[in-house]
Design a protein around this ligand. Sequence first.
Ligand code: CUK
Ligand code: CUA
Length: 865
Amino acid sequence: MKPVISKISSLLLGTTIATTALLAADVELSKVMKDRGLSEIDVIRAAKTYNPSGVKDEFVVFSSGGQSGQVIVYGVPSMRILKYIGVFTPEPWQGYGYDKDSLEVLRQGNIRGKEINWGDTHHPALSEKDGKYDGKWLAINDKANPRIAIIDLEDFETKQIVPNPVFKSNHGGAFFTPNSEYIIEASQYGAPYDNNYHPIEDYKETYRGGVTMWKFDDKIGRIMPKDSFTIEMPPYNQDLSDAGKGESYGWGFTNSFNTEMYTGGIEVGMPPNEAGMSRNDTDFLHVYNWQKLAEVAKDPKNVKIINDHKIIPMDIAVKNEALFLIPEPKSPHGVDVSPDGKYLIVCGKLDTHASVYDFKKIKEQIDKKEYIGKDPYGIPILDMKKSLHGQAELGLGPLHTQFSPVDGEVYTSLYVDSQVVKWNYKNLKVLDKVNVHYNIGHLAGMEGKSADPQGKYIIALNKLSIDRFQNVGPLHPQNHQLIDISGKSMDLLVDMPLPLGEPHQAVSIRASKLHPKVRYDMGTNTKTGEQHIGKTLAGQERIERNGNHVTIYSTLVRSHINPERITVNKGDKVTLYMTNLERAQDETHGFTINDYNLHTSLEPGETSTFEFTADLEGVFPYYCTEFCSALHLEMMGYLMVKDPNKKYESAQKLKMQTMSPEQLKAEYDKTVSVNTATDAVIQSVVKFLKDNKFGDHKAVADLVTDALDQYGKIPAQKKLSDEAVKAGDMEKAILYENMIWQLMVKTADVGIRAKDTLVKLIATKQSAEAARGEKTFAEGGCNGCHVIGKVSSGPDLTGVLQRHENGEKWVTNFILDPEKMYTDPYVKGMIDFFNLKMPNQHMSEKETKDIIEYLKWVEENANLF
Ligand code: CUK
Ligand code: CUA
């Protein structure tokens, strides 16, 4: 093949790809539907959840990660996973549990000195202001090892873990009170508060349930254990809880099962727990005035201290008229307070009804001291009938309820029926049901448990996925299903497999309410939010030795770690502080030292710590674990551990060939001239940015700051280069010139991003047609040959409509049928020049019209390209 032909054919091959893309875009929708076996309703459902590349979701969901001990973050309606947050479980990608600072957070979760490296997360909760989500903090409970964790929504990292000092398991947590004053944590299985052995025969006397009210400081986002207290409760297995709001503000509600106080004993011939714990027709809803009890707890006479923690005994709570019981149907599971706080919906999983309690009716009985009796512990019992607004027959196994913006309209999960039922809790009418697959537990509405529910979607959090997905072995993924509730009847849109633990509960929030940061203040200890003691700025890198304790202050920035060699003695105690000096968004560096089981993730501005004993002798490469830049692989160094009791012979130095002084000088000159040329490009970008007042646009100004950050490092390198030249060390000078080039490339990289962003911001507004045209231009592969503002493999199209007489028509004809114009003298000249023919991209007339509109827009803004 002649070289020219081969060039054309390779170019044509290139355009074949473009044409294929175009064709694909052009294929009739019906063909795709036929090929994939999709019905019209499938396509509509797909369109309702599809996010084109770059388009973001309306809602963000925080889902319990179940037995993974994590929290999962995803978007709605796309159901795309955005993040896993390490909470009770180490998570190496985030460095969580593998560097000293995050390990300190994880170890706050030690119980009785035992390290615990997992959790059974059930209920995430968003912090509230007036019962509405404020997007600041997320709390979640660990049922297995009773703990509550706090996650900061500025960086989606776990900041605090608080073990419950008296419970042996929990379930009814975490729930924020309406102004985030407290976080509610109810126990689950009755157990002694102390850590001693108590025979099961003494269950009723020495085992207890309870509700811990964790005082929360919403400014700093931390639980204050010293200001917190536990309300002692009978050893009925307390279950889910909710905080009153509006009308019921100041009150808490927790339901229970096993008011039988049955303790099993299959092994001694007793019926199993499942029988004994569900014998009674009713269990108890616990109603308590936490606001009053918070005052009560302030008087030391009113509290018992166990494990350094305040307990309000039941009789004190009763005496203060702050603890009551109301019968509720058999083995209930959810208690959900309505957005206005006037009603409580309780579903008994062994009852087909949902029971709607009217808080006003409850309060009336309390005010009148009208009780139907007392439980064995002396707690007043209110009349169930008198407390009820009514009951609705929903189906088998009703569990949890979510609210909607429509007055009275709610959605309840039916575990046994595997359905979601839409009903009205005011008139108690069932409105609609939809099947889910299978065994739904919780369901998540959009802000569906706040004072401000948004409606639109419900997510069914299913326990089993059985046949929904490819078989990946006996352990199946979990299944989250998105349901559209915007219409009269519910419509199940899509399944999302989730390969992480059981999705007990999820909470969602409008994405617009979250304001996470993109970088930290330089030298932040992200676990405390404070300046890190190991904060190290450029030029402060050093290695300090104090006896056998070696402290290294290091920095990371594209694409090197400083220092690059660390030598210590075997047995030395090593503290390594690392600071990521980057200011650029998403410029994370990971860091590890091989064989030492250490890893950290350093987000821009973050400082973190490794602390270890250098107990292995040898040479240990350390490196950046995140592909952060073109020279990422070079971002490394060596930890060398010497045995002080050994003698090391130095190896024979190999005689290396070296360049002649003339060759070195030539290479130096070449490097310098490349740098000069690169700098000219940078200067032209800088001029463009200045001419167009980049400072008026924050997003661009941020990028420019990043770029100048890199550029500002050049003079120091230049000085070193010049010194080397003066000293006659050309080799070193070349290396420094190379470093300058690296810095220039990084500057240019960010600078051009800034320029592109600025162009988009200051250009005249694109019409819908022009925007479509730009997309068609890109997706149709036109940009494979034509780069706006540049001559590329095809001519620059800036001004193309002016170049020809009747330009619009000329270009339209050319796009629609280029072959016809190959003999046109102008076109022929272009074909000869570029050695390439404009291919027929099979654009429709409408697409062509859009492209013309786009080209007009380009022309309007020609000065910007
Ligand atoms: S729980 Cu799992 S379905 Cu822990 Cu809230 Cu109800
Ligand atoms: Cu930093 Cu790779």
